[in-house]
Design a protein around this ligand. Sequence first.
Ligand code: HEM
Ligand SMILES: CC(C)=CCC/C(C)=C/CC/C(C)=C/COP(=O)(O)OP(=O)(O)O
Length: 298
Amino acid sequence: MARSALFSTRWSLGCRDYFALTKPKVVALILLTAVVGMLLTPTVPNLLQVFTATLGIGMMAGGAAAINHVLDRRIDIKMARTHHRPVAQGRVQSGSALAFAFVLSGVGLTILLLWVNALTAWLTLASLLGYAVVYTVWLKRATPQNIVIGGLAGAMPPLLGWTAVTGEFHGHALLLVMIIFAWTPPHFWALAIHRRDDYAKAGVPMLPVTHGIEFTKTCVLLYTLLLTLVCLLPWVVGMSGLLYLVGVSLLNLRFIQWAWRLKFRPSAQTALQCFHFSISHLMWLFVLLLADHWINYG
Ligand code: HEM
Ligand SMILES: CC(C)=CCC/C(C)=C/CC/C(C)=C/COP(=O)(O)OP(=O)(O)O
C-alpha cells in the first residue's frame, strides 16, 4: 500500500514537471490569440475545425517551449526566476524532455497536416523553429534585439488561426500579428528590467544588461506608444468598430501610464507591475476584438 502511494506521488510530480515544460500559461494566451484569429475570419468555422487547429497549434507551441527548457538549462540554473525548472534541476533528463517535445510537436504537426491544412502546419513549424532554434540558440545569446526579432515567432498565432480556417493569408490577420509583434518589447523588457541582475549573472545580453536600465525604460515607453498606434489599425481599416476602439484606447492609456511611471516615477515594483499589466492588456485586447466582431457581424 505504502509503495503504491509512493509510486502515485512520484507519477503526479513527474506529470507536473512535464506539464511545466510546455509553459502552460504562455501557451494559453497564445491559444487565445489563435482562436480569436479563427473566429474573426469571414467564414464561420465549425467546432471541430476550431478544436483540431487549437490542439495542433497548442501541442507545437508546448513542444517549442519544452525544447527551450532543454537548450536553456545552463542559463536557467543560474537565474533565480528559472533555477527551479525541471530540466535545469535534473528532475527531467534532457533526452526525456527532448523526446517529449518531439512527440508533442510531431503529433501536433500531424494533426494540422491531416485535419487542418498544409499552410497552417508549415507556418506553425516555422514558428516553432523560430522560437526554439533561431531565438533560443542564436538570437538570445547574440544581440539585445533578440526579443524584437524573435518576437515574430510568438506573434504568429492569430495568423495561424486565420489560415487554419481560410487556408490563405489576409491583411487583417497580419494586423493582429503586428499588434503582438509591437507588444513583445514592452512586455519582455519590463520584466528584464526587474530581473536585470539575473540576466547579467547568466551572461545573457538582454537590453538592460547591455544598454542600461534607463535606456531600456525609454525603449519600453517608445514601444508602448508605437503599440498604441498599431492597435488602432484594426479600427482604421474597418476590421473593428467602436467597442474595440474605446476598449483598446483605455487599455493603451493604462499601458502608457505604467510605462510612463516606470520611466519617471518608479518604485521597486513598477517594472514587475508593468510586465503583469502587459499580459492583461493583450488578453483583454483579443477578447475585445472578438466581442466587437460578434456585436457587428453576429
Ligand atoms: C520573444 C517573445 C517573448 C519573450 C522573450 C517573452 C518573455 C517572457 C518571460 C521571460 C516571461 C516570464 C516567464 C516566467 O516567469 O516563467 C514571460 C511570461 C509570460 N508571457 Fe511572454 N514572452 C514573449 C512572447 C509572449 C507571447 C507571444 C505571449 C502570448 C501571446 C506571451 C505570454 C506570456 C504570459 C501569459 C506570461 C506569464 C506566464 C506565467 O505567469 O507563468 N509572451 N514572457
Ligand atoms: C509553434 C508556436 C506558435 C510557437 C510559439 C513560440 C512560443 C512558445 C513563444 C513564447 C515566447 C516566450 C515564452 C519567450 C520566453 O523567452 P525565454 O525563453 O527567453 O524566457 P525564459 O527565460 O522564461 O525561458
